[in-house]
Design a protein. Structure first.
Length: 325
């Protein structure tokens, strides 16, 4: 003979199966199906039973019934999250004490309090060839796993950073950019943009931005480093060019046949050239010095014969001889 406890369980199993079968996914419809709401903000969510077949429909926050309707097909919830782990669940009571439930997916967010960017070594200028590190600090943002940090050099995006921290409370995070600096980067603007990203279905939130202009120090380089030879007609003038760029800007020094001149600009004007001369230009700053040699050769033309003399006809061999008989 079967024990009474076993017999009771067998009789209850069909009822349990029927109860499970009544709670399909479409019994309760949430609109919207998920909520992304700013901390302290407000959103309204409807929970609907399309069949309008229930003994009561209500919202609960996990411990307390917050909204309840016994005779309508839907119930509305006005959600004003003051909890970073806000929860809400819609419940449907059916005959026979069968409850159908659907959880509302809630994301509570907070934009950053601010964004700050600075070089890690706190140097005013970096030297060409060094690794340069910039740190972007984002303060008090939630949820940080939805935070995206985009790095730009001028208007070109060079790095995207994200975070895996699942903490729902506001936290502060940092993103670090490492770049190899060249002289082409002098004056470039680096930009850090921090933005909560809930795409494609969430709200489009503003980006919080910090910028930093980099100053790069580098040794001088001639803008035209081709060896120069100037051939100048005697007693004419010539301008010698020693243009160079560097950071800090270079200073200049000239020599004439190895002797220092009192000239300190990137251009030298030589007047009335009359000898072959070798000029040397030096461009220097605290990172290095470079030298350019310029040859100036004076061109001498032979003296010209007067035009009247060139046009006079040659004398005949017999001219000037007096013949006598």
């Amino acid at each position: 003979m079967m024990p009474l406890s076993m017999l009771g369980l067998l009789m209850l199993m069909p009822l349990l199966c029927d109860a499970d079968s009544t709670c399909t996914d479409d019994v309760l419809i949430l609109n919207p199906s998920k909520v992304i709401v700013e901390y302290g903000g407000e959103v309204i969510v409807n929970c609907t039973n399309p069949e309008d077949d229930h003994d009561g429909i209500y919202w609960t926050n996990g411990t307390t019934d917050v909204e309840k309707e016994e005779y309508r097909a839907f119930v509305s919830l006005t959600l004003t999250p003051s909890d970073w782990d806000a929860r809400a669940q819609c419940k449907l009571m059916r005959t026979g004490n069968v409850d159908c439930t659907k959880d509302l997916e809630i994301t509570v967010y907070k934009n950053p309090d601010g964004v700050d960017m600075f070089p890690i070594k706190h140097v005013e200028a970096t030297v060409e060839g060094m690794q340069y590190q910039l740190q972007c600090d984002i303060s008090e943002v939630a949820p940080v796993q939805n935070l995206t940090v985009r790095w730009y050099k001028d208007n070109e995006i060079i790095m995207i950073d994200s975070f895996t921290n699942t903490n729902k409370l506001p936290v502060s995070e940092s993103s670090i950019l490492t770049v190899n600096i060249s002289r082409k980067d002098n004056g470039a603007q680096f930009r850090c943009e921090a933005q909560l990203d809930f795409e494609p279905f969430g709200p489009k939130l503003p980006a919080f931005v910090a910028t930093h202009n980099v100053s790069v120090r580098y040794a001088p380089v001639f803008t035209n480093d081709i060896p120069e030879v100037h051939i100048v007609e005697e007693d004419n003038n010539v301008t010698l060019d020693c243009e160079a760029e560097g950071h800090p800007p270079p200073h200049f020094q000239w020599t004439r046949d190895g002797v220092n001149m009192m000239e300190y600009t990137d251009k030298l004007i030589i007047t009335q050239v009359n000898t072959n001369t070798i000029y040397t230009c030096i461009a220097a700053n605290d990172l290095g010095r470079i030298t350019k040699t310029i040859h100036v050769n004076a061109m001498r033309y032979p003296p010209t014969t007067p035009a009247a003399a060139r046009n006079m006809p040659e004398a005949s061999p017999l001219e000037g001889i007096l013949l006598s008989f």
